[in-house]
Design a protein around this ligand. Sequence first.
Ligand code: NDP
Length: 334
Amino acid sequence: ATVLLTGASGFIAGWVLKFLLEKGYTVIATVRSEDKAEYLKGLYPADSKLSFVIVPDIAAPNAFDEAIKTPGIDYIIHTASPFHFRVTDPVKDLLDPAIKGTESVLTATKAFAPQVKHVVITSSFAAIIDASYGNRPGYVYTEKDFNPVTWDEAVTGPPATTYRASKTFAEKAAWDFLEKEKPNFSISTINPPLVWGPMLHQVTPETINTSNDSIWTLMNGSQKTIPPLRVPLWVDVRNVALAHVLALEKEAAKNQRYFLVAGSFSFKEITDYLLKTFPELKGKVPTELTAPEPTAAELFGADHSKSVKDLGIEYIGLEQTIYDLGKQLVDWVK
Ligand code: NDP
């Protein structure tokens, strides 16, 4: 079967691509530029079932028409969406690429690829959490929760609010499309919180993806004290990527959301583990808290049972993830 994978140059997509090729899928990958395509091609044997379509701007009208007109696509995995907080124009920088990108994938699929059976979309815990409740002790988030953020908050709030809103409105656009347009395909969304783990995509200390940067900055000497927790939930990238592929394959995943979450964490347990495991980082890793970290009991909880039941996800533990990522990052520390 053939899968169109958008945003193949990204952190999560790097693992999705690897798992798809390992499982024997033919992959048509979209990236923003030729050099990103060249890099990914170089990771796999020359006879791999992997080809590329360049989509320079996912917010442009009809951005995905050409890619989706490629004959023979059976499934689509849409991961491309900006995840960073460098916002000068909230609409242009985050909201448009997230929302319009999702809409043009779905519109083009209905118009040009009626044979497509299923579309998997990388959404986020950002589209689940209601940040107005803060730590919300005693509450357990599940797939039933939908972030109630408004457009006004999205365009006037801080970058973190704009980012969360971009994911919320993009996911909402997908469910609205399904309801109004009644296409031939079904949809799944994968909704992870902070995703950490080893990187296969093209990356440097300067361009490291936003989520792994929260571990990198604990290792590179840039933080004098342990930063406050923002999102207290995490998950390994390999669990997230595999969930995208399993969602294509499992009947139960049709028109479902999946909250992919390993558990809660504190930065203190991560810095303690980093110092124990990589003693050469002594002096770089902060040991003092900026502010007391809330305990698990003082924070909302998370229920991942649906992903276990429907997709059979076996969650990787925190030490394994931090070890596998730390091993890769420790070589960057001078
Ligand atoms: P990356 O930044 O590594 O990947 C983002 C991908 O989207 C890249 O392929 C990037 O292309 C592409 N992209 C971003 N903005 C644009 C744009 N304006 N036009 C075209 N392409 C664009 O991050 P992740 O792998 O973490 O993110 C992948 C998805 O996962 C996103 O949808 C993100 O919202 C979601 N997510 C991530 C979480 C995390 O903690 N990492 C948590 C929850 C959800 P390029 O390589 O050219 O920049």
